[in-house]
Design a protein around this ligand. Structure first.
Ligand code: PLP
Ligand code: COI
Length: 368
């Protein structure tokens, strides 16, 4: 579908910002950046249309977009995105973590949303170029990183319901601190019984904005119920645990085995999930990718067979799950605090990401 006629690479024109943030102001913003509020001076932009394919690639000053109000994305949500981080390494260098995996997932998402597939080389160079220019925006602090947000929107001005004939691919960058202030504490999870996130045949495996729009009311209800996060069950049987609004989920049992729901098309194939599977298997642990029901979760928590549970994603890496609220029922996992294996898998992954440990799987993509 929509094969791009242009070549797989495009040169990026650099148009420096005429008014970059002053170094002193930038330092102030990097002290406690939080997540997703501090943005850098520039952005990457590449356009696509049928006649020219991918063209007009540039790194320009970050600025508001001017769009026709009939732009397809504003009406039919033809939009996809990615999320990955650039880290400052122990040796002072800078590296991206598995950006090729994000590039491939972006292509998978594009296919599902009837959008043109961005060649991996353009995805990678857009990010490399932007990070090189914005390297001073990577915070030094514990957990600090430059969060990259590549995304693509349907930009054709047309109200007919069909795939857009024009697209805008962009990358913005946000300086972020540790996702959970003061370190990851075990979170509480609310089980969505009336809301689902994704159905078989739907867009659950794609990283499209619409999935997040559909999750917001359930996440808001989780907060209202006194919980931190929502967990979704499958849409067909309302029984099998799928994932959180923005993270995959793992279970740890008293025999030392792990389990995570399988990639059957309704959950996002997380890159953190895949990395943790690899790390666990390299340790000789048994990891099943198998369905796990909410009833079994409750029973295993009660019997003590389930000792730990955690969520994982790029933004927060590993987040321990301490307790679960399901209607009027509430249950605790293990002691309700961060489990040992949860902590050790988190530490092992973070050590690789930050260059504190060897990188046996070749996950780091260093920037010269
Ligand atoms: N599941 C959903 C719905 C997400 O939004 C994310 C985060 O990006 C993940 C899982 C974890 O994916 P990754 O580890 O690639 O960040
Ligand atoms: C994650 O990286 O874990 C996310 O869920 C990204 C989120 C901000 C959409």
């Amino acid at each position: 579908m929509l094969a791009a006629p242009a070549s797989d690479t495009v040169p990026f024109r650099f148009e420096p910002s005429a008014a970059p943030v002053a170094a002193s102001e930038r330092a102030a913003r990097l002290v406690d950046p939080g997540f997703g509020r501090v943005f850098t001076d520039h952005m990457a932009v590449v356009r696509w249309n049928e006649a020219q394919g991918w063209h007009d690639a540039a790194i320009t000053a970050r600025a508001p977009l001017t769009m026709d109000p009939s732009s397809a994305v504003l009406h039919y949500a033809q939009e996809i995105f990615e999320g990955l981080k650039a880290y400052r390494l122990a040796d002072g260098g800078i590296a991206l973590f598995r950006p090729e995996a994000n590039a491939r997932r972006f292509q998978d998402s594009a296919r599902r949303l009837a959008m043109p597939e961005l060649p991996e080389a353009i995805f990678l160079s857009s990010i490399r170029e932007l990070v090189r220019i914005e390297r001073d925006w990577i915070p030094d602090g514990d957990g600090g990183a430059l969060y990259l947000r590549p995304f693509m929107i349907a930009s054709e001005a047309f109200l007919g319901v069909k795939p857009s004939a024009e697209y805008l691919y962009m990358v913005i960058a946000s300086s972020v601190g540790a996702y959970w202030k003061g370190g990851a504490r075990a979170v509480s999870i609310w089980v969505a019984r009336d809301y689902t996130r994704a159905a078989p045949g739907g867009t659950g495996a794609a990283k499209c904005g619409g999935n997040y729009a559909a999750s917001l009311v359930a996440q808001a209800e989780a907060i209202r119920q006194g919980c931190d996060q929502v967990v979704f069950l499958d849409a067909a049987e309302r029984r099998w645990v799928e994932e959180l609004g923005g993270m995959n989920v793992f279970f740890v049992f008293d025999d030392g085995t792990l389990l995570t729901p399988p990639l059957t098309g309704t959950i996002l194939p997380g890159i953190t999930r895949d990395s943790l599977l690899t790390l666990a298997r390299a340790r000789g642990l048994t990891v099943a990718e198998a369905p796990y029901s909410i009833e079994q979760w409750r029973a295993d928590a009660a019997s003590g067979r389930l000792t730990e549970a955690f969520a994982c994603g790029t933004a927060a890496v590993v987040t321990p799950i301490g307790s679960v609220v399901d209607g009027t029922d509430r249950f605790t996992i293990g002691s309700g605090a961060t489990g040992q294996l949860t902590q050790s898998l988190n530490d092992a992954l973070v050590a690789i990401q930050r260059g504190h440990a060897p990188d046996p799987h070749g996950w780091l993509h260093p920037l010269a």
